[in-house]
Design a protein around this ligand. Structure first.
Ligand SMILES: [Zn+2]
Ligand SMILES: [Zn+2]
Length: 250
């Protein structure tokens, strides 16, 4: 609750505490926390997993199995301390939705900091700004009702406040899948088959377009891939994904 109060103060334009170390200042996340925890990583171009070999452009899984995504970029690894920040954002400090815009701004601040140091991420953000459509990964309506909002939508709205074609109604999630992080890769992909569709009445708007899909976290790219599959079926020509954090396992 203390952090919720700080976030409300921040949204009122007052100095607030860093989202990580809680030291007071003007930034949503202070420069020493960014320096310590948000160093750029070399990542696979189609799933954003961190790669140790800087000469490699794609990971083994993407090279072997291919990817429905044309590109995927992430600001940070889904690890300490960003995992806790995302949990607070997702559940808005246990349901206090007043804190939610300030929490979204923290993620955007970190994303912009990462892009200032990582040309490939900066290019991806520029490309997203020029894409025909930009859309959050849809939540199932029941999940959205439980949570009170779609965190991917809150994130993308703050990341691209001026995008003229930010739409959350073109892609629908029609299957409510359980939390899948602990399931094996094949099971996750199987469970997500048919989880998304392009909204039938507007599917014609997608044909031949370039879309940027945005999510807060990619634990794996199973969800992004299932969403992308539905967009491909509607004739989308290029699909680029942007996530705040990417887990460091396949
Ligand atoms: Zn800090
Ligand atoms: Zn990959």
């Amino acid at each position: 609750m203390f952090t919720a109060l700080l976030d409300s103060l921040k949204s009122a334009g007052l100095p607030s505490a860093c989202g990580i170390c809680h030291r007071f200042g003007q930034e949503a996340v202070c420069s020493s926390c960014l320096e310590q925890f948000a160093q750029p990583r070399h990542r696979c171009s189609t799933c954003a997993i961190a790669l140790i070999d800087t000469k490699q452009t794609r990971c083994g899984a993407c090279l072997t199995l291919g990817s429905v995504l044309d590109s995927c970029h992430a600001a940070v690894d889904y690890a300490y301390p960003w995992d806790a920040l995302i949990q607070r954002f997702k559940y808005s400090d246990r349901g206090d939705l007043r804190a939610q815009p300030a929490l979204a701004k923290r993620l955007v601040h970190v994303m912009r900091h990462s892009a200032a140091q990582d040309k490939s991420l900066a290019d991806a953000l520029q490309q997203a700004q020029r894409s025909d459509w930009i859309m959050p990964v849809a939540l199932h309506p029941e999940r959205q009702k439980e949570r009170g909002f779609n965190q991917a939508h809150a994130f993308v709205k703050n990341l691209f406040p001026d995008h003229p074609h930010l739409r959350s109604d073109l892609l629908l999630r029609i299957k409510n899948t359980a939390v899948q992080a602990t399931l094996p890769r094949d099971t996750r992909i199987h469970n997500l088959r048919g989880a998304f569709i392009a909204a039938p009445l507007t599917a014609c708007l997608l044909k031949g377009t370039r879309v940027t899909l945005v999510d807060d976290v990619a634990t794996t790219t199973a969800t992004l891939s299932a969403a992308a599959q539905a967009l491909r079926q509607a004739g989308v020509h290029q699909i680029h994904a942007l996530v705040f954090a990417r887990a460091s396992h396949a």
